[in-house]
Write a new protein. Structure first.
Length: 219
């Protein structure tokens, strides 16, 4: 007898297929490097220094004993801010921020190592990347949680108006009845009047007279 397959667990396998995960990682990595290229180019033009790909894919210039090195560290932190916005926009789920943020920096480490042929040796580079990872994880988690907890609108105030209309009508009817302006709705629909005296019966024929009842049950 063939064994039944277990139903798929609700989670990452169904909600995020492998191709989608790869596409999101590639998009985040592209945005990360695009922001780094733009900011590095801007800082070199302002400072009047030479621009090269070593500033983005290298580690030798990121040092703690030069002003240029501190400026590059600040630029990488700015790139972390751009990554936070990308995580909130593309991912939008707080429980996935840690994985994508660490994957982003791990891929950057591999790219830098392959580009330079050496594992980064500057302590400033490692500290900058560690701080960038922490900022990305904390900021991305906060942003995604804020997005997840936002109230959902279902078409403005239409639902509130629909719910309050019957209550307002009932209140108006009660006020009119208290002032004696209208008769009871049930009496109007049935076609006979209530109260003392004579009136028309429910069947529309004949008359009746309302007489008080004695305690012994005789009229």
């Amino acid at each position: 007898m063939a064994r039944r397959r277990k139903p798929p667990r609700a989670g990452a396998a169904n909600e995020l297929p492998p191709l989608r995960i790869i596409g999101q990682i590639a998009a985040l990595q592209g945005i990360y490097y695009a922001a780094a290229l733009v900011l590095m180019l801007f800082t070199t033009l302002v400072a009047g220094t030479r621009f090269g790909l070593d500033l983005v894919f290298g580690w030798a210039d990121l040092r703690g004993d030069t002003t240029q090195g501190w400026l590059m560290g600040f630029v990488w932190l700015c790139c972390a801010g751009v990554t936070i916005v990308s995580l909130v926009t593309l991912i939008g789920r707080s429980k996935l921020v840690l994985d994508f943020a660490l994957t982003l920096h791990a891929v950057h480490l591999v790219v830098v190592t392959l580009y330079t042929g050496l594992v980064p040796r500057n302590v400033a580079w490692w500290l900058t990347m560690a701080l960038s990872s922490a900022v990305t994880v904390s900021g991305g988690t906060y942003g995604c949680q804020w997005r997840e907890l936002r109230p959902i609108s279902f078409g403005g105030n239409g639902g509130a108006t629909t719910n309050t209309a019957p209550a307002q009508q009932q209140q108006q009817q009660q006020q009119q009845q208290q002032h004696g302006n209208v008769a009871a709705p049930a009496d109007e629909e049935m076609g006979y009047s209530r109260g003392r005296g004579r009136g028309r019966g429910r069947d529309g024929a004949g008359e009746y007279e309302m007489v008080g009842m004695r305690a012994d049950g005789n009229r």
